[in-house]
Ligand binder design. Structure first.
Ligand code: MCF
Ligand code: FE
Length: 418
């Protein structure tokens, strides 16, 4: 990839203030300079250059939690009463079996929608034996493949290899505290400590999860366990899901990304901050599954907070612009100021931090990977670039690159000026 200059009406580095008439220089897959167009063009004359009218350049979005593999379930789960009603339907649907070609074709379409909504990094939940993972690698995106674990895998865990390549990294993902017993959680955190691998988990999602972990009557034991033929298991009683998991982490140096975190108490925030837990919010999924909305105010003084669409079994689409807009509206609803700026933060650097990859991506800084998108804005860009991004959609995406390579271009004709 040759050295390239990307210029725009506004460059939003996210880690610092927006630059009017800004430019970024990309070389060897990395960002090598950033500043005003004037400065950059003086320092780097005669470079091939891209500048779109009315445009904003910013870090590619981080969709920190998806289940692309479940794209085939789109529109198939309706009319459920509550979270466990939804889970019951999903488990039954999966047990009915599905054609592998359908799984892969729908995943390919899901992946396309993710890319066309400006996402350059995806945190994908993937079954252990899933053949479609190659598709993720071939997409050119940055991928954190969370390998989904259930109790039956406990004894085999030490033999699982979590691969790490340039743009592709595998991590363990015990599904949730109600589906994974203490033996598996202990084994996962031991493996994480030994191999310095980060971990992900669905945590603090439904009120029933809270009851389950308090050892109170709950719908998982009443309805879901009999359905899947699972024996219940003894577990240490905990007041909140965060405290429960903290009991397994035991203050040790483990990087944990907790997905959902709707059931969070004020006191949990102290644990989240001191253990430096990455929090991944999936607000549209939460509303879809009727579990309520996350308390966003609580999250504001924590840096590791990102955003995910979840999969098409719990969301109507994978349009990340819509997820950002929904988050932003929810912030306004909760009386949070500067909601557009914060929503863009959650969608980029916050997500990279929630996945512990902020050294590589999430902001436009010298030395970071060139994971960059360009969006054209319908309104006047310069007055409020963050709001421009929040009100954009896939139709506004001009190009998207990961590690300096284009993964999407709206019009590839006459792309560069020389
Ligand atoms: O994030 C949502 C809601 N919380 C829990 N699980 C899932 C979500 N989307 C998909 N799932 C899947 C999960 O990957 O539900 C299945 C798993 O394969 C349930 S099997 C107990
Ligand atoms: Fe999920």
């Amino acid at each position: 990839m040759e050295k390239l200059l990307l210029a725009a009406d506004v460059v939003i580095p996210v880690s610092s203030e927006p630059i009017r008439n800004g430019a970024v220089v990309v070389d060897g897959g990395c960002i090598v300079d950033i500043g005003t167009s004037e400065e950059i063009e003086a320092t780097h004359p005669h470079l091939p250059r891209i500048r779109k009218p009315n445009s904003v350049i910013l870090p590619g979005f981080v969709n920190a939690h998806t289940h692309l593999e479940l794209s085939w379930t789109r529109g198939k789960i309706r009319g459920f009463e509550d979270f466990t009603g939804w889970l019951e339907r999903l488990v039954t649907l999966k047990a009915g079996g599905v054609d592998q070609d359908l799984v892969e074709d729908s995943m390919r379409m899901g992946l396309r929608d993710v890319i066309e909504s400006g996402v350059t990094t995806v945190g994908e939940i993937s079954s252990l034996n899933f053949g479609g993972r190659q598709m993720l690698k071939d997409s050119g995106m940055r991928v954190i493949a969370f390998l989904e674990l259930f109790d039956r895998i406990s004894s085999k865990l030490p033999s699982i290899e979590f691969k790490s390549e340039n743009l592709y990294e595998e991590r363990p993902f015990p599904h949730a505290p109600y589906s994974c017993g203490p033996e598996l959680l202990d084994a996962v955190f031991a493996c994480a400590r030994e191999n310095a691998v980060a971990v992900g988990i669905h945590l603090g999602e439904s009120p029933d999860e809270v009851d389950f972990l308090k050892n109170m009557p709950n719908e998982f034991e009443r309805k879901i366990f009999p359905l899947i033929g699972k024996e219940t298991f003894t577990r240490p009683a905990a007041e909140t899901p965060t405290r429960y998991i903290d009991g397994f982490v035991r203050g040790e140096d483990v990087r944990l990304s907790a997905v959902h975190m709707v059931q969070v108490a004020d006191e949990d925030m102290e644990i989240i901050r001191s253990s430096d837990v990455g929090v991944i919010l999936c607000p549209r999924s939460n509303v879809f599954l009727k579990i309520g909305k996350p308390n966003l105010r609580r999250m504001l003084d924590h840096e590791r907070v990102g955003l995910g669409t979840d999969g098409l079994s719990s969301n109507s689409d994978l349009d990340f612009f819509r997820e950002i807009r929904f988050l932003c509206d929810m912030m306004v609803e909760q009386g949070i100021r500067q909601s557009a700026r914060l929503a863009v933060y959650f969608a980029t650097l916050g997500g990279a931090r929630a996945l512990f990859i902020e050294e590589k991506t999430g902001s436009l800084e010298i030395g970071k990977s060139a994971d960059i998108i360009c969006v054209d804005c319908e309104e006047e860009v310069a007055s409020d670039p963050y709001s421009c991004i929040v009100s954009s959609g896939p139709q506004n995406l001009q190009f998207s690159m990961v590690g300096g390579n284009f993964i999407y271009r709206k019009d590839s004709n006459a792309f560069c000026e020389r």
